[in-house]
Write a protein that binds this ligand. Structure first.
Ligand code: GTP
Length: 264
């Protein structure tokens, strides 16, 4: 609903947390850590895996695309390569997504969160019809937020930082859902630099200007665009390995869910 008055057909709980991020950002490790945290703190949650091609998961999923769609058979049957196979498997799953939603609805009173792991190749979820269908199905039934996982050590390079933020920005505009920038791997590199760059675009421009390959006018205009983007989101620093930042993460989720209820 776009009424802005908080639509009545959306339940308050559970909150759906869509975990997305570039390959290697640590999504799966972070999912595992978040699941451990919920167990530890008696937070009631479901875990969903939407990656048809993942071999093994470090956590137990309550709902798993692999139970419904056999990725290898889809590849054979439709004569597809790996990415086409993943995409088609997700399409097949999306056609049955109303069933998934009703399973969660039936359990809604017993659930605080549903943590959703997405395919390793980010664009398979963020730029596909099935990704949009699944996102929309969630968001029209439950408060839904996006946790965008950032590889913090890799993002210390200003050019990488900017392209990562532009990608997050495109996801915000595509999904129109509250987005939490989740700076992962802070055990390796603190995310303070990122907070400073987001707070003060001139600080970012200074950092970027030391990069030879950088086109200054483009970066200057883009950092102005991103300045507006940063105003619309929350950021937290976490480490999937050390477990730092879990409370902050769930606080950001709660605040984002509130924002969702007020906006949609
Ligand atoms: P998929 O997309 O599902 O393949 O997951 P991913 O590629 O986003 O990340 P994955 O969880 O496989 O982690 C990638 C690498 O980063 C692994 O070597 C992890 O051990 C490492 N990693 C993940 N989180 C952290 C962290 O918080 N700190 C450190 N130091 N390493 C991490």
């Amino acid at each position: 609903s776009s009424s802005g008055s908080g639509s009545s057909n959306i339940r308050r709980k559970p909150v759906i947390i869509l975990v997305v991020g570039m390959a290697g950002s640590g999504k799966t490790t972070l999912m595992h850590r978040l699941v451990c945290h919920t167990h530890l703190k008696d937070i009631r949650g479901y875990v969903m895996n939407l990656d048809p091609a993942v071999m093994t998961l470090p956590y137990a999923a309550n709902i798993d695309v692999r139970d419904t769609v056999k990725y290898k058979e889809v590849m054979k049957q439709f004569n597809l390569g790996p990415n086409g196979g993943i995409l088609t498997s997700l399409n097949l799953f999306a056609t049955k997504f109303d069933e998934v939603i009703s399973v969660i609805e039936k359990r809604a009173d017993q659930l605080d969160y549903v943590l959703v792991d997405t395919p390793g190749q980010i664009e398979i979820f963020t730029w596909s019809a099935s990704g949009a269908i699944i996102t929309e199905a969630f968001a029209s039934t439950f408060p839904t937020v996006v946790a965008y996982v950032v590889d913090t050590p890799r993002s210390e390079d200003p050019t990488t930082f900017m392209s990562n933020m532009l990608y997050a920005c495109s996801i915000l505009y595509k999904t129109r859902l509250p987005l939490i920038l989740t700076f992962n791997k802070v055990d390796v590199a603190a995310h303070q630099f990122a907070l400073e760059w987001m707070e003060d675009f001139e600080a970012f421009q200074t950092a970027a200007s030391s990069d030879q390959s950088y086109t200054s006018t483009l970066t200057q205009s883009l950092s102005l665009v991103l300045d507006e983007f940063y105003n619309n989101l929350k950021s937290v620093g976490v480490s999937a390995v050390s477990g730092v930042g879990m409370e902050a993460f769930f606080n950001a989720v709660e605040a984002s869910a509130e924002e969702y209820m007020e906006t949609y």
